[in-house]
Design a protein around this ligand. Sequence first.
Ligand SMILES: [Zn+2]
Length: 255
Amino acid sequence: MVEQVSLYRAPTTEADADALADWLSDRIGATVTVRDRFCSLYADDSLAEEFAETRVLSPHDRETGNTMLGIVRYEERALDDPERAGGVLYDGLGVQKRLGTRLPEDERGLDHAHIILTSRVLGTWGDHDGRWHKRVNVLGQPALVSVPGLYEAPAKPEAYYKEKQKHAMLSGGAPPREVLEEQVEGDFLVEDDPRTTDVLNGYVLQAVHYLDTGEAFCEQEHCRLANPHRQPGVIEAQLREPEFCERHTSLYGTD
Ligand SMILES: [Zn+2]
């Protein structure tokens, strides 16, 4: 059983690690502690190059990695100033493996869950369709939770993409949130959405649940442990009542 959870802060402020830890503490028996950003604690001289090794090169190419000097330099800057990194997709399992080797040796047991909030966009390779799929979280030890993954991985309503395209042709930029909310039916999250932390609660709990039970996701679409592929489903699972399905209410319910 997980007895201790270490939650590592995100570089961005939309994901509030302290609030996530409070929410989690109310629902599990383990002790939850917030730690500083993982890479600020455990980065070493080879980490930048290791991130470069996990870069996805093309959406349909399983091979990863570009360790040319310029790329490694970019990754060094991204580690120093994570807010500036962006536009790159990384192999989530590759990143997980490399960060896992940096966990303190006496904390690697499955009684101590490490959950890393990150501003990197992560993907996993789909053997069934031969392409990379963006992910909100990568379960395991350590677990990774991608803040931009929350906005990018679950698909937005079709009308959103149409509206975005229309706006780009007229003004060259992304449409403001008010325009999108007015024109697009169905709820979805946009970058820096004020609901980010609340929505991430369920994804952080999934990491603990997986270590405890080996169960990845819940089949019930209204449960916080579900894994919806579309944004309206994410809102439904994470923000609407009830919080959990019956089975998971018995484990994590607060009433
Ligand atoms: Zn459930």
